[in-house]
Design a protein around this ligand. Structure first.
Ligand code: NAI
Ligand code: MG
Length: 491
């Protein structure tokens, strides 16, 4: 598929119009919804609008596959299938990245990174399938105590629109590795790559019914999935409000869950940092994926001594970022929807009326080639007090708020003063200050001298309003396992 052809309006061939249930795409349903290309602010394809009946069918398929096939498949064989899937994802990376780019808006090279990251998740968990071993317990003579890890059963995966394929992969890969089967519900803004992933898994040898995907809205398909009495576990990534609704619904069936919610993560930059490294890091932390990242570094906490030089250069670099349709591979793509653009603009408009100084950006804009699309300028707002809305609330867009600190101690206090607890980053040459931050700030991840350092090997998740439970790493397997202890008197 030629990128120029797509940009000039040629429809993308081969996108699924149905769900993926029991090992195959279902026929296109009559109820279809449009998915938008944010770079053009126009619909580019339709997909199936799932209902509770589709969810019932997918859950039934997942239960059947769990009982009859997957839980009995030898762990080493599960590993071979996941590893094969990783290879097929890599083989198909360009097609998947183009679809991801169109559906979400993100720049093509970021989409390609996400696809390769998805492959990496399957590779990583492929190797873990046959290493899920339990314990033995030191009971007195005449007794034997041991534990085994059993798969929890059917896992429901609710996927957001900001990282569609990578969030799907980071949940589905460990679930399958642990021996669970899956029903995933991608976001209605970005349904396609999760569906394609299920198809690829099947081509890699995954038995029918082990991974099902139902597309549609949160209310019509997501809610019946998380409320389904036969679902044993839920992994939800999205907003705090929806996470709370999912948690309430899970309570009715006592369904276990992992909640990966929002963030308002600080990046602390101290006087003794490596300036170049910190500039690159802070820029990427807020403008990658146009700031639509739960773990975006959206608060710059900067020590007074370097404030002027650092923020001046940061603004100069932000101004120079290229903007455009994701397929032209700009440095900053559009945001995902018209509603989301309005939400971002609302934050800045309100801040202006409170007297905030916008150092750069602060307006909606468009693809300079076409005048189309849902774009927001890379925006940096001068020092705001800790109780300001811009400092407290997740904006989920290309908006960085500055907070000035008098010294390292003050910086760590500002960093930790937050209702969220997902990530905190620090740039400093002083190992003691870096490790104090790692010790004192209540967050699931601490990044030292490289924001977003690490990969699938490193556990990821939040504290406070950012949720609970961990994905990635071997820790990520625990959500999909239940420990059974056996204690026996043997003589
Ligand atoms: P959302 O939390 O409503 O949507 C996330 C997913 O949940 C989607 O797949 C959606 O269809 C599904 N969903 C919605 N209602 C549901 C329900 N009652 N039961 C089950 N599933 C349901 O988030 P939305 O509206 O897309 O974005 C709102 C804000 O949430 C963003 O502005 C951002 O601040 C935050 N967000 C955070 C994400 C993260 O990575 N932690 C990802 C996406 C959004
Ligand atoms: Mg879309």
């Amino acid at each position: 598929m030629k990128i120029e052809e797509i940009l000039s309006g040629t429809p993308v061939a081969g996108l699924p119009g149905g769900h993926f249930i029991d090992g195959a795409y279902t026929a296109s349903t009559r109820a279809q919804m449009e998915s938008y290309d944010p770079g053009r602010a126009a619909p580019f394809a339709t997909f199936a609008r799932g209902t509770a009946a589709d969810i019932d069918q997918a859950v039934a398929s997942a239960i059947h596959a769990f009982e009859k096939t997957w839980r009995k498949t030898p762990p080493a064989e599960r590993g071979r299938i996941l590893y094969h899937a990783a290879q097929l994802i890599r083989d198909d990376a360009e097609r998947l990245a183009i679809v991801e780019c169109l559906d979400s808006g993100k720049p093509l090279n970021e989409a390609l990174g996400d696809v390769n990251g998805a492959a990496r998740a399957f590779e990583y968990y492929a190797g873990a399938c046959d290493k899920l071993q339990g314990d033995t317990f030191p009971l007195p003579q005449g007794y034997l105590g041991y534990s085994v890890y059993e798969p929890v059963g059917v896992s429901a995966q609710i996927i957001p629109w900001n990282y569609p394929i990578s969030t799907a992969a980071r949940g589905i890969a460990p679930a399958l590795a642990a021996g669970c089967t899956v029903v995933a519900k991608p976001a209605e803004q970005t349904p396609f790559t999760a569906l394609q992933l299920a198809d690829i898994l099947t081509k890699a040898g995954l038995p029918a019914g082990v991974c099902n995907v139902v597309s549609g809205t949160g209310a019509e398909a997501g809610a019946p999935l998380v409320a389904h009495p036969d679902v044993d576990q839920i992994t939800f990534t999205g907003s705090v409000a929806t996470g709370q609704a999912v948690m309430r619904s899970a309570a009715d069936n006592v369904t276990r869950l992992v909640l990966e919610l929002g963030g308002k993560s600080p990046v602390v930059v101290l006087n003794d940092c490596d300036m170049e490294r910190a500039l690159t890091g802070v820029l990427g932390a807020i403008f990658e994926n146009a700031g639509q990242i739960c773990s975006a570094g959206s608060r710059l906490v900067i020590e007074r001594g370097i404030h002027d030089a650092f923020v001046g250069e940061l603004c100069a670099r932000a101004k120079k970022l290229t903007i455009g349709h994701g397929l032209r591979d700009p440095q900053l793509g559009p945001v995902n929807s018209a509603g989301h653009l309005d939400k971002i603009a609302g934050f800045i408009d309100r801040a202006r009326s409170r007297g905030a100084e916008i150092l750069t950006g602060g307006r909606t804009t468009a693809d300079p080639e076409t005048g189309e699309g849902w774009f927001y300028e890379p925006t940096i707002v001068a020092d705001r007090p800790s109780d300001d809305e811009l400092v407290r609330e997740e904006i989920f867009g290309p908006v960085l708020t500055v907070q000035i600190a008098d010294d390292p101690e003050h910086a760590l206090a500002l960093a930790g003063d937050c209702q969220y607890g997902l990530v905190a980053g620090i740039y400093t040459g002083n190992v003691s200050n870096a490790l104090k931050m790692a010790r004192d700030v209540d967050a699931g991840q601490i990044f030292i001298n490289e924001y977003f350092a690490g990969g699938v090997e490193v556990p990821f998740g939040g504290n406070k309003l950012s949720g609970f439970g961990r994905e990635k790493g071997l820790e990520g397997l625990r959500s999909y396992c239940k420990v059974k202890s056996v204690a026996a008197r043997i003589d």
